[in-house]
Design a protein around this ligand. Structure first.
Ligand code: F6R
Length: 241
């Protein structure tokens, strides 16, 4: 693991963006795995700025999102589909046909899971962006998920639902299920960049980097990835030394 410690979230976001841009410049047809949540918002803002300044084009890249809630429509303001369009896609020149976000139509969910997994097999990821949950999840691979899991339907942890209730009116509104890439899909990416900031993440960051590798703490598996960069602000890195 390569650990980069930045002063604050702003610097974390700029650093992550420059790495992503460098990867796209080296490989314009990059297959990139994307995360939602608070952590990558600054990264996405910086990618939008770089596009507006004509420093990078997303025209030929393909994107693959980690996960999507089940139980809310794609048109719901908190769907990850909506998140991605609001926070990145509608501001850049990515080709719509190259965007992949797991569908969440319950009537076809088994086919959707198989098809998404097949797409990931056929289009190996060059770079995966991750955040980390307060229970050590990556994507929505909650504690206890087998390390060799591939795309599946997950019952969200109560902790995850509580954490994400900040985006909803109340806890009852937070979906109980989601579709997520599995740990194996994530580990198969050629490179990984994980972003974490804030003192609330300090204990999970420590466990991810220094703790035992176990499926009870899914992010710990990243210790085994050959090209994983962790970008932290000083608060998130506080328990490392
Ligand atoms: C999001 C995802 C999650 C988040 C994690 C951290 O697509 O897969 O693993 O990265 O829950 O969320 P934030 O960044 O909101 O703390």
């Amino acid at each position: 693991m390569k650990i980069i410690i930045c002063k604050d979230y702003d610097e974390v976001s700029k650093r992550a963006a420059s790495l992503v841009i460098e990867n796209i410049q080296n490989s314009p047809k990059l297959n990139i795995g994307l995360a939602t949540g608070s952590s990558p918002i600054g990264l996405y803002n910086n990618l939008i700025k770089a596009y507006q300044n004509k420093e990078v084009s997303f025209r030929e890249i393909s994107s693959y999102n980690l996960d999507e809630y089940i139980g809310i429509e794609r048109s719901h303001p908190q769907s990850y589909y909506n998140f991605m369009f609001e926070n990145l896609f509608r501001h850049i020149d990515i080709d719509q046909k190259n965007i992949h976000i797991p569908n969440n139509d319950l009537s076809k969910i088994d086919d959707i899971v198989n098809d998404y997994n097949q797409i990931l097999h056929e289009n190996p990821l060059d770079l995966q962006i991750l955040g980390i949950g307060s229970n050590g999840h990556i994507g929505f691979n909650e504690p206890g998920t087998p390390l060799d899991s591939e795309t599946f339907i997950v019952t969200l942890d109560e902790q995850t639902r509580k954490d994400n209730s900040r985006f909803f009116k109340n806890l009852d509104e937070v979906p109980k299920f989601a579709i997520t890439m599995g740990i194996k899909n994530i580990m198969y990416s050629n490179k990984i960049i994980l972003i974490a900031s804030g003192k609330e993440k300090a204990h999970v960051v420590k466990q991810m980097i220094k703790g035992k590798i176990t499926n009870h703490f899914p992010a710990s598996i990243l210790q085994l990835h050959p090209d994983c960069t962790i970008i932290l602000d000083e608060d998130a890195a506080a328990q490392l030394s």
